[in-house]
Design a protein around this ligand. Structure first.
Ligand SMILES: CC(C)(COP(=O)(O)OP(=O)(O)OC[C@H]1O[C@@H](n2cnc3c(N)ncnc32)[C@H](O)[C@@H]1OP(=O)(O)O)[C@@H](O)C(=O)NCCC(=O)NCCS
Length: 165
């Protein structure tokens, strides 16, 4: 059994590790090992992640296994206009294809009930993630220069419209 819940400060070291591993696996083939390591070490430093927990515009979730280990992590942020972006969704490689990522996406959506749509940015070449998001109703609405310091790369903005129940 895996429980999805709000992330707390106790989860910071495990989430930092999960993000570091996931970034290296996913982005090294696209951005190169050196850029990936530099960006990840900076963005996913424990103190950065802890600061995000105190940010009212960000909501962070983890999936915790019964043995206490962290199987997944998601973070959504709301901008000044109320638009919600799924900023990060990373699951442990052992959980790929298990449905955990979909469960985490649903946890994020449930926590933002009533929003008209949700968007995300995904780097071009991250084909597994793009396939996952398409499967869950996201469509590419824009192609742009990648943000997050990944100069020279393109990314897609994908958005899922959420019908009112
Ligand atoms: C993105 C992520 C959360 C999706 O979770 P997942 O459990 O792998 O997703 P699923 O297995 O349900 O769906 C992936 C789909 O891509 C397909 N796929 C796998 N590799 C692929 C590839 N190279 N190209 C295209 N499609 C691919 C799978 O077959 C699957 O589709 P299917 O269910 O129709 O067979 C997970 O892969 C992950 O954590 N990746 C690393 C972090 C990341 O990239 N996060 C997103 C960017 S922030």
């Amino acid at each position: 059994m895996t429980q999805i819940r709000a992330m707390t400060e106790q989860d910071v070291p495990a989430v930092s590790r999960l993000l570091g591993e996931s970034w290296r696996r996913t982005y090294s083939p696209i951005l190169g090992a050196e850029t990936t390591t530099r960006l990840s070490d900076d963005k996913h430093a424990p103190e950065r992640l802890a600061a995000e927990l105190a940010d009212d515009n960000k909501m962070s979730f983890v999936a915790e296994r019964t043995d206490g280990s962290i199987a997944g992590y998601a973070m959504a942020k709301m901008d000044a206009t109320g638009d919600v972006m799924l900023d990060r969704l990373h699951i442990d490689k052992r959980e790929f294809g298990t449905g955990l990522a979909a469960d985490m996406l649903h946890a994020v959506l449930a926590a933002h009930a009533g929003i008209p749509s949700i968007a995300l940015e995904v780097i071009e070449g991250n084909d597994r993630a793009i396939a996952f998001y398409r499967k869950h109703g996201f469509e590419v609405v824009e192609r742009k220069a990648a943000s997050h310091g990944a100069e020279g790369h393109s990314s897609f903005i994908m958005r899922r419209i959420l019908p009112r129940a």
